[in-house]
Design a protein around this ligand. Structure first.
Ligand code: CP
Ligand code: NVA
Length: 300
């Protein structure tokens, strides 16, 4: 059975840590000419837009000697309702791994159950594990081991938040979550994290003394019709300079992007000195290549 990454908790703590540290090593030796993926093809199925996920996988595969296939679902037979199990069987006889971005964790699980090759979640309704590998890489690179530290999630308890919750368990930090009623994270994901993830009463309560502040868009892909309602629900949840002041003086700011300045984050924060958003985006490439090495069983 191949290993998959459908959610971050598919990895053991030591595996997640190894991938993140390996990502930094790959980055340090960027010009080494290392080509572990010669002859390998990554199929990438997208039913939603993407800049970072597509480009990081595609550029990474090219850099490391492999090939990536961009498959817009609507341009394939998936878009004409070919059963996922058939697509999984067929792609996994031709490709070395499959990445999927869609709005159904359940469909990704079904696909993986019928795949002979690793399947990677490139964002679903419930999780965004690749984002968290890059986020943890960024945290390690700028502030060292996050074990015992505190992160504050401000905003929507969404897919990225769920992966952040799982990261707290895997990497041994505490995640305080400030999310308005009706937008709090999935109870099962929270429950599995135990004390590692805690609901805070307010953005200020979450941010006070934190080592890292993170947020995401208030209106995720597919929720555009709810935008006005969401703007009202999230009033008071913007990460602004006053909120950052409550965190530790050397706290860092992360955002998976795309961002909406003036909504979930003030321009002075996301464009300010504590923001690491472009390192974080770049690290998608290194973290995912380290992940592929791991899933292919290539010894580092
Ligand atoms: N953060 C992230 O996944 O970005 P894209 O939607 O551009 O892939
Ligand atoms: N929560 C966002 C993340 C985008 C990378 C979305 O689902 O659209």
């Amino acid at each position: 059975m191949p290993r998959h990454l459908l959610k971050l908790s598919d990895l053991a703590p030591a595996e997640a840590r190894q991938i993140v540290l390996r990502a930094s090593a790959l980055k340090r030796q960027a010009d080494s000419g290392y080509r572990p993926f010669v002859g390998k093809t990554l199929a990438m199925i997208f039913t939603k837009n993407s800049t970072r996920t597509r480009v990081s996988f595609e550029a990474g595969m090219a850099r490391f000697g492999g090939h990536a296939l961009f498959l817009a679902a609507g341009a394939t037979q998936i878009g004409r309702d070919e059963p996922l199990r058939d697509t999984a069987q067929v792609l996994s006889r031709m490709c070395s791994a499959v990445m999927i971005r869609n709005d159904s964790q359940r469909d990704q699980e079904e696909f993986a159950a019928h795949s002979r090759v690793p399947v990677i979640n490139g964002l679903s309704d419930l999780h965004h594990p690749c984002q968290l590998l890059a986020d943890l890489q960024t945290w390690f690179e700028h502030r060292g081991d996050p074990r015992g530290k505190v992160a504050a999630w401000i905003g929507d308890g969404n897919n990225v938040c769920h992966s952040f919750i799982e990261a707290a368990t895997l990497f041994g930090f505490t995640l305080r979550i400030a999310a308005p009623a009706g937008y709090q994270p999935d109870a099962a994901v929270m429950g599995a994290a135990g004390d590692a993830a805690q609901l805070a009463d307010s953005p200020a309560a979450a941010a006070r003394g934190a080592d890292l502040i993170v947020t995401d868009t208030w209106t995720s892909m597919g929720q555009e019709a709810e935008q006005q309602k969401r703007l009202q629900a999230f009033a008071g949840y913007q990460v602004d300079a006053a909120l950052m002041q409550l965190a530790k003086p050397d706290a860092i700011f992360l955002h998976c992007l795309p961002a909406h300045r003036g909504e979930e984050v003030a321009a002075e924060v996301i464009d300010g000195p504590q923001s690491l958003i472009y390192d974080e985006a770049e690290n998608r490439l290194w973290a995912q290549m380290a992940l592929l090495e791991f899933l292919f069983g290539i010894a580092a």
